[in-house]
Design a protein around this ligand. Structure first.
Ligand code: ZN
Length: 236
């Protein structure tokens, strides 16, 4: 059967198409997906870092406030020691009391801020841990994608070599026609549904003449090939 080589060629082309699709569509998409996965984890760390920094700044602000009020208290105390008039003493005592009240408020606020800081630290730790795990997983994934890419490229070279050898065994006219059909229809060689007179490539019902052409082609041992008048595919 002369068409056998052409069918073998189609089989190699089918493999080639799948590998090329993997190389140009599937692998890049998986790589992009992996990078996006890592970017999500990195963004989470960034957000947690900012949140934690804000909590820390708040804590420091209240701490600073507290220290300042303690200083005010000391100053009031020193003033009281130097002042002899009753009025002055009273003023210094009032100043001290004010500073003390403010210091107490600042201390309470600092405690609350410190308590708030703990969960943001925990969230930051968790985000960092997740990022490290994702980083490792994504690095591994990308390495395996790279390995697969090299494998696919090597396979493509092999198939192209085999295809070249097969193509030489196919009659020039047939090869030319097959290559032309491949550009618009895939697969280029399909079965003709003889019972229903349908091309299984385009699924259109064909006139009786097509059936006769298919039978004649078979009889001639495929020296002449039959094709679908609707889509151009080679019919078996
Ligand atoms: Zn057709």
């Amino acid at each position: 059967m002369k068409l056998e080589t052409l069918l073998n060629l189609q089989e190699e082309d089918s493999r080639l198409r799948n590998l090329q699709r993997e190389l140009t569509v599937v692998l890049p998409a998986r790589r992009k997906e992996a990078k996006e996965r890592l970017a999500i984890a990195q963004k989470a760390v960034q957000a947690a870092t900012e949140e934690n920094l804000a909590a820390q700044r708040e804590y420091e602000r209240f701490q600073h406030d507290y220290t300042q009020q303690r200083d005010n208290m000391s100053r009031a105390e020193r003033n009281a020691g130097r002042i002899s008039s009753l009025k002055g003493q009273e003023a210094a005592a009032a100043e001290y009391a004010n500073a003390e009240a403010a210091a107490n408020l600042a201390a309470a606020a600092a405690t609350v801020a410190a308590e708030n800081r703990t969960p943001t630290e925990r969230r930051l730790d968790a985000a960092r841990e997740f990022e490290a795990a994702e980083d490792m997983a994504v690095t591994e994934l990308i390495a395996s994608l790279e390995a697969r890419k090299a494998q696919v490229e090597a396979e493509i070279v092999n198939i192209q070599e085999r295809r070249g050898a097969l193509a030489q065994a196919v009659e020039k006219d047939h090869l030319h026609y097959y290559n032309r059909v491949c550009k618009t229809c895939w697969p280029a060689i399909v079965q003709f549904d003889r019972q229903n007179s349908v091309c299984t490539g385009c699924n259109l019902v064909q006139p009786a003449s097509v059936m006769q052409a298919v039978l004649a082609s078979e009889k001639s041992d495929y020296a002449v090939i039959a094709h679908c008048p609707s889509c151009g595919r080679i019919l078996l």
